[in-house]
Design a protein around this ligand. Structure first.
Ligand code: GAR
Length: 225
């Protein structure tokens, strides 16, 4: 059987994409990246996958937002992905795109959702005086950053932190989180139904936490074979 197929959407430097590539190369993730797609033709992330199908287009060269989304969706669909992952994809996906890939469309977001949907999450956590910050991997739904959260990782906020120092502390934890969730997804253990994330067919009522060693802590009943 061929490895599960992952399409990755990126806009920037691509460190999360790199984490997925590294995990596949090192044998920690049984999957293949079948395409990398971007709204930024010059995104550094695209340079990380020279031998892979790459698609990028400047959204401003399309007559409308929905035209760009449709072209992106067709390109993603052509790569026949089992899972579509937004890994630092910074453009809001329209409803038609989301509905086309719904249930197999994941995003990593740098906050402990439902806190801080949208942009500037590190700044907002600092401004709020939060002692704890983190990232979430969630299913994508039409409403921005509002889909069922599968798993989260946390980091402490330290005195004197800036948005940059906080994001630097979080980023390696994000990488572990994304790879761990993709592990469950590609093993066929993850689904979305009725606004909930399902693990092995059971609804998750709280996000799975990532432990300090980078492993997801699964609910007890799921530990037994
Ligand atoms: C990551 O921190 C990711 O969580 C965030 O962008 C960064 C991309 O880094 N995503 C969002 O803010 C989505 N709303 P990367 O390009 O190095 O993977």
């Amino acid at each position: 059987m061929s490895a599960p197929r992952i399409a990755v959407l990126v806009s920037g430097r691509g460190s999360n994409l790199q984490a997925i590539l590294d995990a596949i190369r090192q044998g920690g993730l049984q999957a293949q990246i079948v395409g990398v797609f971007s709204d930024k033709p010059h995104a550094a992330a695209l340079q990380r996958v020279a031998g892979t199908l790459r698609w990028a287009a400047d959204a401003r060269s399309f007559p409308s937002r929905s035209d760009f989304d449709a072209a992106l969706a067709d390109a993603v669909a052509a790569s026949q992905p089992d899972w579509v992952v937004c890994a630092g994809y910074m453009r809001i996906l329209g409803d038609a795109f989301v509905e086309r890939f719904r249930g197999r469309l994941l995003n990593i977001h740098p906050s402990l959702l439902p806190k801080y949907r949208g942009l500037h999450t590190h700044e907002r956590a600092l401004q709020a005086g939060d002692r704890k910050h983190g990232a979430s991997v969630h299913f994508v739904v039409p409403e921005l950053d509002a889909g069922a959260v599968v798993a989260q990782c946390t980091v402490p906020v330290e005195s004197g932190d800036t948005a940059q120092s906080l994001s630097q502390r979080l980023l390696p934890r994000e990488h572990g989180l994304l790879v761990a969730v993709l592990g469950l997804a590609t093993e066929g253990r993850l689904a979305e139904q009725g606004g909930f994330a399902l693990l092995d067919g059971q609804a998750l009522f709280t996000p799975l936490p990532l432990d300090s060693a980078g492993h997801l802590i699964l609910p007890d009943p799921l530990l037994s074979p």
